[in-house]
Design a protein around this ligand. Structure first.
Ligand code: ADP
Ligand code: ASP
Ligand code: MG
Length: 416
């Protein structure tokens, strides 16, 4: 079996859904399982709904309507017959979501988050499944929550591999082209969980692992994995082949084209991963497989924008050592700051981190009791794998370099 994953960008509008049909026609859909994300930016839009719900904002209804309207407009474009069953199916999911919001008693943000954002994937797969049937590709819609079991770490759930393997081996039937949701799972009480933002690539890898699949293809809006994100770097070049190891490194440092958790299950069973363009499905794209000899000889650039560089020095002239460092990390963890670079010297300790939840002001107050805190907001963290002088100069030119860290294969540079 082959696994195809279609992400948000590939199904962002009616033309995108029609294009999935074209991709299947061209690439083939025999013995394939489709894993599909929420359409376009639906997950972000549902995050707004959740925020409004918790803040008891008057915008709640409006934000809900926005999500519904976006999907209904796509339906009206795809199906000229307003009586088609798809309308009732989609509306039923939206009604379930509204029912949950009006009856929920849980104050647990992360729990509520997962119960709500999951409708993005539920609805997108219902639409895609109906559309394929409409175009004479018979499909069966399956609820991924009956297959992927996780713990109850809402928003970042850990897969229960044994249970998931059992469910998939025992219950996944091949009646027609199966279509299922990326990103979602369920816990032991059957509450919905999610695998972390952008986690649909990972779902594809979970199925591939459990099914000993022949390959995984993730269909993207780029020709494949390139030596840089083409949104930020001109002249990005396609990497035809890379090893799992290189792909893991690129994804770890922030090449968002592949979710970092995707690669290890595939590597374990040596299942090839293809990253291909949904606009040119017959082009080879990038193939990720075993063997360091595949690795690119050219520098690969990764950038993380809007980072925070925090530098701490001790007030009492002491050194920043194990005890302090563990305390600093406990606080960074508590305030959900994701650290991407650490630099230590005798009297100062710096971290470059992502403050996704805007917690730095609170953290700063606590740290300031013990340390002198200086910081820069909105810095960029560049990572260059296989760097050379020319590549380093490209990144540094015209920017103020705040931190630089070099290892054998990789250089990281924080700039203002
Ligand atoms: P999906 O629709 O599956 O969610 P994403 O938007 O998450 O797809 O991933 C595709 C995007 O990844 C591209 O549009 C591109 O801007 C970005 N990207 C980041 N790094 C790279 C890279 N090294 N090569 C190709 N694309 C990259
Ligand atoms: N819809 C989810 C997200 O946007 C999962 C995914 O697209 O991979 O994060
Ligand atoms: Mg995505």
């Amino acid at each position: 079996m082959k696994i195809y994953k279609f992400g948000g960008a590939s199904v962002k509008d009616a033309a995108g859904i029609r294009n999935v049909y074209e991709v299947l026609q061209q690439a083939g859909y025999e013995d394939v399982l489709l894993v599909v994300s929420a359409m376009g930016k639906t997950t972000n839009a549902l995050e707004v709904v959740i925020k409004n719900y918790f803040e008891k904002s008057r915008q709640l209804q409006e934000s809900l309507q926005d999500v519904k309207k976006y999907h209904i407009e796509i339906l009206l474009d795809l199906f000229d017959n307003g009586d088609h069953d798809v309308f009732a199916d989609v509306n039923r999911h939206f009604s379930d979501m509204e029912y949950f919001l009006s009856h929920n008693k849980s104050p647990n943000y992360n729990f509520v988050y997962d119960q709500i954002v999951s409708y993005g994937e539920l609805v997108s797969t219902v639409i895609l499944s109906h559309y394929m049937n409409f175009r004479n590709i018979p499909t069966s819609w399956i609820d991924v929550r009956n297959f992927i079991k996780t713990d109850s770490t809402y928003r970042d759930a850990n897969v229960d591999w044994d249970q998931t393997q059992k469910n998939i081996s025992k219950n996944l039937k091949k009646k027609a082209l199966n279509i299922t949701q990326g990103f979602l799972g369920s816990d032991e009480n059957n509450f919905t969980t999610t695998l972390g933002r952008e986690g649909s690539d990972y779902t594809a890898a979970i199925f591939a692992y459990c099914l000993n699949a022949e390959s995984v293809t993730i269909w993207k809006d780029v020709p494949g994995v390139m030596n840089a994100d083409p949104r930020y770097f001109e002249n990005a070049t396609l990497l035809n082949q890379i090893s799992y190891r290189e792909a893991i490194e690129l994804a770890f440092y922030g090449a968002t084209v592949i979710h970092p958790k995707t690669l290890q299950p595939l590597q374990r069973k040596e299942i090839p991963l293809y990253v291909k363009s949904f606009l040119n499905p017959l082009l080879p794209g990038t193939s990720v497989s075993k063997g360091a000899d595949l690795d690119p000889q050219l520098p690969c650039f990764i950038v993380k924008k809007d980072q925070l560089l925090i530098s701490l020095s001790s007030i009492d002239f002491s050194f920043i050592m194990e005890e302090n460092i563990s305390e600093i990390f406990a606080l960074l963890h508590k305030f959900k700051m994701k650290v991407h670079l650490i630099q230590n010297s005798a009297i100062s300790f710096s971290v470059c981190a992502d403050d996704k939840f805007g917690n730095f002001p609170e953290l700063k107050t606590i740290l300031s009791k013990k340390f002198k805190v200086s910081y820069n907001e909105n810095v960029s963290l560049y990572t260059i794998r296989h760097f050379d002088d020319k590549a380093t100069k490209i990144v540094e030119s015209g920017k103020e370099v705040l931190v630089k860290q070099v290892s054998r294969e990789t250089i990281q540079i924080v700039t203002l």
